[in-house]
Structures are given as structure tokens and as C-alpha cells.
Design a protein around this ligand. Structure first.
Ligand code: BT5
Length: 323
């Protein structure tokens, strides 16, 4: 069940412009007026402005832009993804917190989410810029019963899920760039970082880091990102509420992941190829074995990118791609 604080917030939200008396809240939630007073004060400390009128009661005047569990819950329609949430106002990175939680044995679907990362990370030691209150910076724990070799399929699954959710919620034409980027008009708006623990034949757990620039504005990008990064708000010319978008992403992940466990990777592959912006284009891939240049034609069952080089088809695994 949800906490008293969440329930109070829900009652205030439902009330809209009208007020609700302390007595009424206390009756509905079966708790004391003093307890309600205490929770209302806590909400105020989080930035909620709650007006208290001696005769008529409480009214919610302002809701801060937060991704806390009580903000997500009203939108969440999942059975298990995002049902357990650890929320922090600020962290170095959500990834190590999720690793710790996974090692403690927390169930899959559990989520670590924050407003701001001081030391957000990308792949191969790169940094991920995560300014406060303007993005989705979260890490999802999964425990797929698959061998290590298939784990990269999860990055592709998640990129499909996020693409579907962003398209549905914003109407923006997001496309996927293999292996872990989402682009709008060639600029990066989302990155995915898949980290895992396991043995050859069995993954123990996966921590899937998801970073999405939602309401980030041009002015906060460091110089080196100005040419290559964008946000949903920059592209759409309006801001978006993060909680419904997060709920939509988690819903898509749950549906695709359950489908993946039941029917394998093939259905994901078909969707991925539909959303990929790079198929049919000439690309250059810097791989461990050297440069591969050719036309990107699709995905292999393994999740590798297929590149037609003129001398045959090569399957490209971990690499950086230039289009
Ligand atoms: C990624 O790495 O794209 C994975 C990003 C994952 C971020 C999430 S946020 C929640 C979780 N906690 C973390 O600490 N991380 C995960 P990669 O493909 O290596 O791309 C990194 C490169 O993208 C950087 O070197 C920059 O060039 C660029 N970059 C950094 N911040 C960016 C941003 N906010 N938007 C777009 N591009 C960015």
C-alpha cells in the first residue's frame, strides 16, 4: 500500500482548485489530524505549496517538478517494473546504487531514480551530463534468465521501449542509433548504459542505466555537447512532465521484456529495424578488430549490427558508429 503522505498528496491532487478539510482527510485515511499536519509540513519541505485556511482546509497551490515515487505512482500501470523505487534528490550516479541494491537481492523491476547526477557515467569511462530536474536519470534492475552473450539484446529492447514511449508521449520522431543512442534529427537525446554481473551461461543481474534529456535547455550544455546533444523540449519547443513519460517508458519495457522472455528476440528485432534511423546508410564502425565500412542492413539474432561491406556481410559487436 502507499504511504500516508502519498495518499494525502493524492487527495489534494484530486481536489484540484477546491479545498479539503483536515477532518475529511483524517476520516478518509483513518489517521490523526496531527499526523496529517506532520505530513503536510514534510510535503512543504519538498517544495509543495499547500495553503491552509482555518475554516475550509487544505489546498494544493503548487507542485514541484519531481520524479519522486509519489509523483510517479498515479501514472504507473505496470505490474512489476518500477513498483519498488529508490529516489534521491542528488547522487554521483544511479548505477552504483542499483548495483548495491541488486547485490542485496532486490527483485527485478526495482528502480533507482534521481533529479540530478554529479558524476553521471556513459560507456568506457565517459561522462554523462545530468543537470537537476530536467532529465530522466534512472537505473533499472533486471534478472533475465539468459546467457551473457545475449545481454546486449537488452540494450536494444530498452531502446525500442524508450523510442515507442517518447513517440507516443511527445510525437517527436526519435530514431535509434546502434547500439545505445536515441537521436532526434541526428542529435543525441538519450543514452543507455547496460552493466551486468554473471557467469558465461547465466546473467545474475543487469543494471540498465537510462539517461534522457527531457527539459534540458541549450544554455546548460557544456561546449562539447552543443553540437551533438539535444532534448525533447528543445526539439518540441515545449516542456514535458517527466512522471507520465517515465511511467510510459516503464510500461513499454515491461511489455517488451515479458514478450522477450516468452517469444525470444525476434519480435524486438523487427521493431528495432523499424525504428532504426541508420539502415540503408553507409556507416563506419570502429571495432576492436579494426574499421568496418559498409551499409548497415539490419540486426543479427545476437543483437549485432549487420554491415554489408561489398565483400560480404559482417556482424559488428561493440563499437562506435559514424554515420
Ligand atoms: C551513454 O554512453 O550514452 C550512456 C548514458 C547513460 C546515462 C544513464 S543516466 C542514469 C544512469 N546513471 C549513470 O551514471 N549513467 C546512466 P556513451 O555512449 O558512452 O555516450 C557518452 C557520450 O555522450 C559523452 O562522451 C558525451 O559526448 C555525450 N553526452 C554526455 N552527456 C550527454 C547528454 N546529457 N546528452 C547527450 N549526450 C551526452
Amino acid at each position: 500500500g502507499s504511504s500516508i503522505r502519498e495518499q494525502i498528496l493524492n487527495l489534494l491532487l484530486k481536489q484540484g482548485e477546491a479545498t479539503i478539510s483536515g477532518e475529511e482527510i483524517s476520516r478518509q485515511l483513518q489517521c490523526s489530524r496531527t499526523a496529517i499536519w506532520k505530513h503536510i509540513n514534510e510535503l512543504r519541505k519538498e517544495g509543495y505549496q499547500i495553503e491552509a485556511r482555518p475554516k475550509s482546509g487544505y489546498r494544493l497551490v503548487y507542485r514541484p517538478d519531481r520524479v519522486a515515487p509519489e509523483e510517479l505512482k498515479p501514472f504507473l500501470q505496470t505490474k512489476w517494473v518500477g513498483q519498488k523505487v529508490r529516489y534521491k534528490r542528488s547522487v554521483d550516479s544511479t548505477q552504483p546504487l542499483a548495483h548495491d541494491w541488486a547485490k542485496e537481492g532486490i527483485e527485478e523491476g526495482s528502480l533507482v531514480i534521481t533529479e540530478e547526477q554529479i558524476a553521471g557515467r556513459g560507456r568506457m569511462g565517459r561522462a554523462w551530463h545530468s543537470p537537476p530536474h530536467s532529465g530522466i536519470w534512472m537505473s533499472l534492475i533486471l534478472r533475465p534468465p539468459i546467457p551473457l552473450a545475449q545481454a546486449s539484446q537488452l540494450t536494444l529492447l530498452t531502446s525500442v521501449a524508450i523510442t515507442r514511449a517518447i513517440r507516443k508521449e511527445t510525437g517527436l520522431n526519435v530514431t535509434i542509433k546502434w547500439p545505445n543512442d536515441l537521436l532526434i534529427d541526428g542529435k543525441k537525446t538519450c543514452g543507455i548504459l547496460t552493466e551486468l554481473r554473471g557467469e558465461q551461461d547465466q546473467v545474475h543481474y543487469v543494471v540498465q542505466g537510462i539517461g534522457i534529456n527531457v527539459n534540458v535547455t541549450d544554455s546548460v550544455w557544456p561546449e562539447e555537447l552543443k553540437e551533438i546533444a539535444t532534448s525533447l523540449a528543445i526539439e518540441a519547443g515545449r516542456t514535458f512532465e517527466r512522471p507520465p513519460l517515465i511511467a510510459s517508458i516503464l510500461g513499454e519495457i515491461e511489455a517488451l521484456y515479458e514478450g522477450y522472455l516468452n517469444h525470444g528476440f525476434q519480435p524486438i528485432r523487427i521493431l528495432w529495424e523499424e525504428y532504426a534511423g541508420m539502415l540503408g546508410k553507409t556507416i563506419t564502425a570502429r571495432t576492436a578488430g579494426g574499421m568496418v565500412k559498409g551499409i548497415a542492413t539490419g540486426l543479427a539474432e545476437s543483437g549485432a549490427l549487420l554491415v554489408e561491406t561489398g565483400k560480404g556481410t559482417e556482424a559488428v559487436f561493440s563499437s562506435d558508429i559514424q554515420i
